[in-house]
Design a protein around this ligand. Structure first.
Ligand code: MG
Length: 181
């Protein structure tokens, strides 16, 4: 298993519907907050399209949780606004908070899609936790601090090399970027 590679790439978390989950044998959802669910730093309340996406999950009985590296207070306010459990200062890519959230949802890690916009925190954490990892495009791709922009550039290069030519994963030149577990 390639720990840095998502199982799937989607444009937006809104593409994840009850039918999408069911097709993959998944029953629950754990999502990152900033740039995945809402724009970086945006306060509640949720915009209408986010609220209706959440209602669709509710109607299908799909449990949702937020696991974010953002401050606890910010994560708590969004979790309350959406009526879901939430964990801030999650320390991703460490998988501890994701596993805790999985237990709170009453599901096994393999039954949960973990969705985020960053490889080195969200996707790596999801894979380490044993969940179905999904990478989405950041809501505001050009924003963020200089080091975040640098990391995003590295992520794009990694992803593009992987998805364009997966066989290159074993070449010595690129070998340090990939490992198995
Ligand atoms: Mg994020």
């Amino acid at each position: 298993m390639r720990l840095l590679m998502p199982r799937e790439r989607l444009a937006s978390v809104r593409e994840i519907t009850p039918a999408w989950l069911k097709e993959r044998g998944l029953r629950g959802l754990i999502v990152d907050l900033d740039n995945t669910l809402v724009p970086y730093g945006a306060p509640p309340p949720p915009p209408a399209e986010l609220a209706s996406w959440k209602q669709e999950l509710d109607r299908a009985g799909v449990p949702l949780a937020i696991v974010s590296n953002a401050r606890r207070e910010r994560t708590r306010r969004w979790a309350e606004a959406l009526g879901v459990p939430g964990w801030g200062l999650a320390g991703k890519p460490l998988p501890l908070a994701i596993r805790r959230a999985a237990r709170a949802l009453g599901l096994k890690p393999g039954e949960i899609a973990v969705v985020g916009d960053q490889l080195f925190t969200d996707v790596l954490g999801a894979n380490l936790a044993g969940c179905y990892s999904v990478l989405v495009e950041p809501i505001e791709p050009r924003g963020g601090l200089p080091h975040t922009r640098w990391i995003r550039g590295l992520e794009r290069r990694l992803l593009n090399s992987h998805f364009r030519s997966p066989n290159q994963a074993t070449s010595p030149k690129r070998g340090f970027l990939y490992w198995n577990c």
